[in-house]
Design a protein. Structure first.
Ligand code: NAP
Length: 242
């Protein structure tokens, strides 16, 4: 294992993922830019490197077994892995409200936002187990909070009606809890993050937070001290109810 911390950020070519990579890079970490499109990935790596970040290419499509296996091999050769940020995500497409949704939309959201995270996490766990201070951050969303989605949330009810994106993030939260239980007797801390409503491609830049602001909670969870929390769901303001 290398002495410098090494992180992999999935979906790091733009938006919140790019800013997570920039933030971890600013701490002096080596950062693998996980992205599926070669040109977009190369452009992000070049921009990060121009800003002084020790960024490197990690070709990665989270929906593709061979791609994820190759990424794990690449990281092993690069010196290992200390932090995995499962940031890549999609809405799955529109419309997606009950009564007006194509099941393919649901499938796409789950394929990337849930199964993609499980696939990448399983592939990277052997590397993370060798790290002195391994961390996993799953980029969830406040709309994945069943508490905030339910009618009883009243004025705190959040997000548009959705049977694809929001439930996929609820399942990601459930998956995070399962990994936290399984890894409870290890030094791996795993948490879910909510970046807040952030202006990116995902919402046609309607978000009210900057990508840097959206990245902050993931950076905080990626850099937790050894006695930090695990199996939690956090936003900048603190704990998000499941
Ligand atoms: P974004 O700008 O659309 O970025 C999404 C990233 O995921 C892109 O880099 C995209 O790559 C990548 N991606 C999608 N499918 C992939 C796949 N199969 N394999 C690898 N990478 C893939 O959106 P964002 O807002 O930064 O979203 C980042 C995360 O934050 C997502 O998980 C999202 O659900 C979550 N989030 C966002 C908000 C918000 O308000 N923006 C709120 C809550 C949670 P391409 O360029 O190749 O498409």
């Amino acid at each position: 294992m290398s002495e410098r911390r090494i992180a992999l950020v999935t979906g790091a070519n733009k938006g919140i993922g790019y800013e997570i990579a920039a933030g971890l890079g600013a701490l002096g970490w080596r950062v693998g830019v996980g992205a599926r499109d070669e040109q977009r990935r190369a452009a992000a790596v070049a921009k990060l490197r121009a800003d002084g970040v020790d960024a490197f290419d990690v070709p990665l499509d989270v929906t593709d077994d061979a791609s994820v296996t190759a990424a794990a091999r690449l990281l092993a050769e690069a010196g290992g892995l200390d932090v995995l940020v499962n940031n890549a995500g999609v809405t799955g497409g529109m419309p997606q409200q009950p009564g007006d949704v194509d099941v393919a939309t649901v499938r796409t959201a789950v394929e990337v936002n849930v199964i993609g995270v499980v696939r990448v996490t399983e592939a990277m766990l052997p590397l993370l187990r060798r790290s002195a201070a391994p961390r996993i951050v799953n980029m969830s969303s406040g709309v994945g909070s069943l508490t905030r989605q339910s009618a009883s949330a009243g004025e705190h009810q959040t997000g548009p009606l959705s049977v694809a994106y929001a439930p996929s993030k609820s399942m990601l939260n459930a998956v995070t809890i399962q990994y936290a239980r399984a890894l409870g007797d290890t030094n791996i801390l795993i948490n879910a993050a909510c970046p807040g409503f952030t202006a990116t491609d995902l919402n046609a830049f309607r978000g009210v937070r900057t990508p840097q602001q959206g990245a902050a909670i993931a950076i905080r969870l990626a850099t937790l001290p050894d006695d930090g929390p695990t199996g939690g769901f956090f936003e900048d303001a603190g704990v998000v109810p499941w």
